[in-house]
Design a binder for this molecule. Structure first.
Ligand code: EPU
Length: 417
């Protein structure tokens, strides 16, 4: 079994360059199959989620060429087929093939999606959106069959501004007849990235990035390119790390406006961060004050940074409180942080973190992607040796994490044990 081995306590100095956003790339790749010609996606992170999506696309007889961080996708020989559980269960974002295939071919046969086990993660809003466009849905033996004779634009309202449902309905509606509006749409930057890609193909989408998205259906989508936006969650993870271990740590290729909630919070507690255009310089802060966070939809504090934040909170003076409101089971890192010396109690999805406590290396398990990020941060600040198992979750979402951290001075590597 592969594990991450960390000898903690090293200062981090030098440059980390942020990669393309996982949660954009995993929607842009399925979106590309809607195109009737060839598309190119630039700045795609080399993560296992990318490889798993490429495997799905290839079963659809779609030609994919990968060259470094660029993917070229050609749908000329597209042939719709069942996406089996062996492929769909590898990641959450396989559900974007529901919207993309429905939009392209009015027929989808796909098994249940996988992804991190951080809560119920229902997809009822996605399905409600497809139905509103005229689709019928059956679920047999863990397999969805979603089909329509015609897709017709409609007014859709989500009870909760779901990222996945917003993107999925956009994908399904892009070639529907007439106008679709998505009300209470999610506003995350990844949604704007996907809408831009579709518009580059000739789609007519307005309002992405606001809570009302309007999609006027078109018949044909032509050749287009798109660049994946920088990963705000990867950037946030390294920024958090920099506040604990940075010595002139330069984080390059960020979009500051996508990080407002995190940077404001870190500013409030006394972190030393200088932003200069798309770069950011961080130095370790000797004294950090306890603080509170409630996770919210964008532009509120992102749930995907809450777990890394709990590690930071262990190093702040006083009692910090973190409330997770998006998922109902996203505290998988807490027991392992406690096993390393943290003093954290939880009540439902609220964590009470008493700091500052020294952390000591231990054998821990990454229960999901961001829990893994939180434990890597813990291992890097801890005294002694930390071994993390469950690293497949981490490699799903952070491009070249071992190399990036090693390059700035961390003592971290992957071992076989
Ligand atoms: N929800 C429903 N019904 C739905 C859809 C969502 O009840 O039909 C609930 C979910 O159960 C969850 C909440 O709404 O409690 C949020 O779900 P959302 O649909 O917004 O999230 P998602 O699309 O499944 C994406 C990211 C997540 C990120 C969230 C929120 C991808 C592949 N995943 O998930 O990323 O946490 O948006 O920003 O884009 C991660 O990167 O670690 C990660 C989990």
């Amino acid at each position: 079994m592969q594990k991450i081995l960390i000898h903690g306590g090293k200062k981090l100095t030098g440059t980390i360059t942020i990669s393309g956003a996982k949660n954009s790339a995993v929607a842009l790749i399925p979106a590309a199959i809607l195109c009737d010609e060839e598309t190119k996606i630039y700045n795609v992170p080399e993560i296992s989620d990318r490889d798993n999506l490429i495997n799905i696309i290839e079963t659809l007889n779609v030609e994919v060429k990968t060259s470094n961080d660029t993917i070229t996708i050609n749908t000329k020989k597209f042939k719709n087929t069942y996406i089996p559980e062996t492929l769909s269960s590898k990641l959450r974002a396989s559900y974007y093939f529901m919207g993309a295939l429905l939009g392209k071919d009015k027929y989808v046969e796909i098994s249940l999606p996988g992804g991190c086990k951080i809560g119920d993660r229902k997809i009822d809003y996605h399905l409600k959106g497809f139905k509103a466009l005229g689709a019928t849905i059956t679920l047999e033996d863990n397999k969805y069959i979603i089909k329509a004779d015609k897709l017709i634009g409609n007014k859709i309202y989500f009870d909760f501004a779901s990222v996945g449902a917003t993107i999925n309905v956009m994908l399904a509606a892009v070639k529907a007849k007439g106008i679709t509006t998505i009300n209470n749409a999610a506003k995350e930057p990844e949604i704007v990235n996907v809408a831009t890609f579709l518009n580059n193909m000739g789609a007519k989408i307005t309002g992405a990035g606001t809570s009302k998205i309007t999609i006027e259906g078109v018949n044909y989508l032509h050749k287009a390119i798109i660049e994946v936006i920088p990963d705000r969650i990867e950037a946030g993870t390294y920024i958090i790390l920099g506040t604990l271990l940075g010595e002139n740590l330069l984080i390059k290729n960020i979009i500051k406006d996508h990080l407002t909630a995190l940077l404001s919070k870190l500013n409030e507690i006394g972190a030393s961060i200088e932003v200069n255009g798309n770069n950011l310089l961080i130095n370790k802060s000797e004294k950090l004050k306890a603080f509170n966070i409630t996770t919210l939809i964008y532009p509120g504090f992102p749930t995907d940074l809450a777990q890394p934040m709990t590690t930071l909170m262990t190093q702040c003076e006083g009692i910090s409180i973190l409330e997770e409101t998006i998922y109902n089971n996203r505290m998988g890192q807490i027991k392992y942080l406690n096993s390393m010396g943290a003093d954290i109690t939880t009540k439902n999805q609220i964590a009470f973190i008493k700091g500052k406590t020294p952390l000591y290396g231990n054998d821990v398990v990454a229960s999901d992607l961001r829990a893994g990020a939180s434990l890597i941060i813990a291992g890097l600040i801890a005294n002694g040796v930390t071994k993390i198992s469950g690293i497949e979750h981490i490699l799903r979402g952070y491009e070249h994490i071992i190399e990036k951290l090693t390059q700035v001075g961390a003592d971290i590597n992957i071992i076989e044990e």
